[in-house]
Design a binder for this molecule. Structure first.
Ligand SMILES: Nc1ncnc2c1ncn2[C@@H]1O[C@H](COP(=O)(O)OP(=O)(O)OP(=O)(O)O)[C@@H](O)[C@H]1O
Length: 282
């Protein structure tokens, strides 16, 4: 069990905000930490890692990492940390990067096998693709068998295909080692696939905390489905208007009456939903 109760004053974009987080995390949980830019996600991970100071308490399996008398050093906290950039040792091979952390060849080979890197053990980081480097960073973070794995948007720089396959590998690692994990992510699909609990931060506070389905589903009441989108264009034809809306990677046309269009303009962020018709899935 991990108990977190921390406070820190942050200099937000529109004035100071108070990061104030009180959470209990069960062993083996996979937490997705999400929220707008500047809400305090990275700072929370850095405080957990001991890279940044804060007021309050952090207790991990009954060991105090932080209170008013204790501030355990980074090396003494049992954590693995993976950032968006890989921070690998460029002068060491794939295998050496892992053995530098811990001289445990069995574990290194097991991790490399799980992450599909076993045939690259003698390669150096500069000859690896972005996805392979990120896999190696994750393997390296696992070499100490950490009590807490902190992943700060580790997949955001990767193309969708690579991102998808790395999600599968993170899932395999989690099944194998059951490491308590907190991962910052903005992608609902990724969050749903990997996590069992989502924490939504806003202005330093927990705005929502629950199962991915409950936090992520955007439909309300009798809505069959609802998507977030942005109006790219509005074309007027007689008494109706056709709004060109981008939803994810797609553009759709939606017919709007003058009344429905009121208050909307090009660039408006909107929700597109339907009540009356059952969606057709092909
Ligand atoms: N040590 C610090 N002291 C005071 N303010 C800080 C400190 N570190 C970060 N901040 C500010 O706190 C706010 C939250 O930053 P943080 O990086 O935690 O947000 P985030 O949710 O991870 O954002 P993003 O999704 O853009 O990475 C920002 O406005 C930042 O400038």
């Amino acid at each position: 069990m991990i108990k977190i109760d921390i406070q820190k004053s942050l200099h937000g974009q529109i004035g100071d905000i108070n990061l104030d987080v009180n959470l209990q995390i069960q062993k083996g949980d996979f937490i997705a930490l999400t929220g707008k830019s500047g809400s305090g996600k990275t700072t929370l991970l850095r405080i957990l890692a001991g890279l940044e100071s804060a007021n309050g308490n952090i207790e991990v399996n009954s060991v105090t990492w932080l209170d008013d008398k204790t501030n355990l050093a980074v090396q003494k906290r049992d954590i693995g940390f993976v950032f968006q950039d890989y921070a690998l040792f460029e002068n060491m091979s794939v295998l050496q990067n892992l053995l530098y952390v811990k001289k445990d060849k069995d574990l290194a080979f097991k991790l490399l096998e799980l992450c599909d890197l076993k045939n690259l053990i003698n390669r150096y980081p500069n000859s690896l693709s972005g996805g392979q480097k990120q896999r190696l960073s994750i393997c390296r973070a696992m070499m100490n068998k950490p009590k807490l794995l902190l992943l700060d948007e580790p997949l955001s720089a990767l193309d969708p295909k690579m991102r998808n396959s790395l999600q599968d590998e993170i899932l395999s690692l989690h099944k194998e080692f059951n490491t308590t994990t907190i991962m910052v992510s903005h992608e609902p699909r990724e969050i749903y696939k990997l996590s069992n609990r989502v924490i939504l931060l806003e202005n330093g506070e927990v705005l929502n905390d629950g199962k991915p389905k409950d936090v992520l589903l955007k439909t309300q009441g009798s809505q069959k489905f609802s998507f977030e989108g942005e109006i790219l264009d509005i074309i007027k034809i007689d008494v109706v208007n056709i709004a060109i809306i981008s939803i994810g990677q797609q553009l759709v046309e939606v017919v709007l009456s003058n009344q429905e269009l009121q208050g909307l303009k090009i660039g408006s962020k909107i929700n597109v939903g339907t009540k009356a018709f059952a969606p057709v899935v092909k």
